[in-house]
Design a protein around this ligand. Sequence first.
Ligand SMILES: *Cc1c(COP(=O)(O)O)cnc(C)c1O
Ligand SMILES: [Zn+2]
Length: 415
Amino acid sequence: MSFATGLRCRECGTTYPDDARYSCDLCFGPLEVTYDLAAAHGVVTREAIEAGPRSIWRYAPLLPDAGEAPVDLGAGWTPLRRATRLAQRLGVRELWLKDDTRNPTGSFKDRVVSTALSSARRLGFTTAACASTGNLATSVAAHAAAIGWPSVTIIPHDLERAKVAMSSIFGGTVLAVEGTYDDVNRLCVELVDEHGDWAFVNINLRPYYAEGSKTIAFEIAEQLGWRLPAQVVVPVASGSQFTKVAKGFAELRALDLVEGAPPRLFAAQAEGCSPVAAAHARGDEVVTPVRPATIARSLAIGNPADGPYVLDELRRGGGDAGAVTDAAIMEGIAELAETEGIFAETAGGVTIATLRQLLERGTLDPEASIVAVISGHGLKTLDAVAGRAGVTATVAPSLAAAEAALAADLLVAAS
Ligand SMILES: *Cc1c(COP(=O)(O)O)cnc(C)c1O
Ligand SMILES: [Zn+2]
């Protein structure tokens, strides 16, 4: 059972029923799902949630379209791990990693696809579609396959090979566009008008898609023993995840499931595509689009739809935004792997490197608790680490050769 009541315009507040619409008739503002939190108060309890499935659907009352059988490959309820070795390296007291590499298709996108397609099914759509920087295409294709729907996923032509393979293996149509993600998105907006029964999860299903990201906040609080962390670092592409993590914490507070101040949220971007961090640094209220050039392809959105809302949340919540170089991203991936045994994709490198940058800048407090969202698996971006990850030495199959190579490497490691 869901406490969702309908949709509301984020700009002018006009309300609508929970049907297949995504922008306001009056002002063209984006819509978001509303809930009757007063009715949910006291009904949605910690105990009720804890008795639920080990997936995002344990929060069904706070998601749209949590019917009998949501579209579900098992997204969510990923580990929140205390990172003591990385904390020591960074000089912080309490660090936690939300390990979203552990989702069914290896990225946090499984959360949003699970909610979007559950709504799409109720609303009568028959084909799953999306504009994607890679991870979304994979997740849409996988979830569509599992419910027997055709899928049409549209990506920039120059994505990582693993992301293309992972999207096409599920048997859907994968269209590569000669252009950037922003070109892909523009094209998809046109396709929405042509194909009324196609559910572009992040365009015409966007209000329902976005709700899936709230579950990251829900899980963080529950996994900390119904406690709010002081600070959370979130990677930003379109900004949807960031704004909905904030919404998730706000809903938990409204339901009195947690106490205390809302966490300060920090936005992580790659320097080669940092329109939100740049606007925040300038004190702007709007985002100036950029042309992306970064190894963090999953975050390469130059004209982020939710950019202004991220800026708004940063101002209201007292957070900050950082932007890191490709070299720092590589360093972040290696640092996370070497200290905690987690292999993240480039977006995870962005999060870790930004965490370090904001500590150095002094806006992140090393004495207060920090959660870093690690949003995708490293096997998706093997190309990016190719120059760094390889064998230590290749040797003849003899003890002498092995010992010589080992001695040489240990000598290097010791120096
Ligand atoms: C899509 C994506 C994000 C950010 O998503 P937005 O909600 O568009 O900001 C972060 N990390 C990874 C790995 C992603 O695929
Ligand atoms: Zn409006």
